[in-house]
Design a protein around this ligand. Sequence first.
Ligand code: FES
Length: 243
Amino acid sequence: MNSAMNALRFASRVSTRASAQFLAGGMNIAPCVRFAQGLQSSNISTSAQSLKAPALHELGSVDHAFTDDRIDHIAEPERRAFTYLLLSGVRFAYASTARVLVVKFVSSMSASADVLALASAEFDIGAVAPGKTITVKWRGKPVFIRHRTPAEIATEADVSLSQLRDEETDDDRTIKPEWLVVLGICTHLGCVPISGAGDFNGWFCPCHGSHYDVSGRIRKGPAPLNLEVPPYKFTGDTKILIG
Ligand code: FES
């Protein structure tokens, strides 16, 4: 009986002291920790060896790979044809509208009929006597038409180019020698010269004193160039079309 009581007391004291040392941190538990780590590593290696990594398709998908949201075009051929038809129609409408706009824009840039009528003008010169000059209006500008005499034609043909500031032969400035057609605008600063006046009996510009001969060429004064010859042609023996 006494020995039993002593054994109980010893066990109680040992357990109490062990608990106190453990709580105080003084108990050496390193062997226990090492034992636990060894146990864990052995378990992990055992699991890695025993488990094989699953393939990607074996993992499954929470969204079912969007199979429910996919549109099966093959199953709807009628809808595809309708879509193509609709898109083609819209694009054709766009192309037609663009074409109409381009045609209208380009046609708006071309001259209208009344403008074209003003661009050229026909005159009857049958009543102009030799040696006389008439002034007509073309595109808002004065145009001199002179019916030259044979003597005037011969005089102008004899002028050498070395005498001229703006070198042009009389032949280059006329279609028919007896008719001279020039713009009535002085090439100096734009005054309208006086017909049948000046040192050369052609035209004289009173603004700054330029003298033109019967071929409309500058012979004296500040004007740098001959009177301009407009585009013209004869549409009959006594009809001339300017422009
Ligand atoms: S504008 Fe004719 S000479 Fe000056």
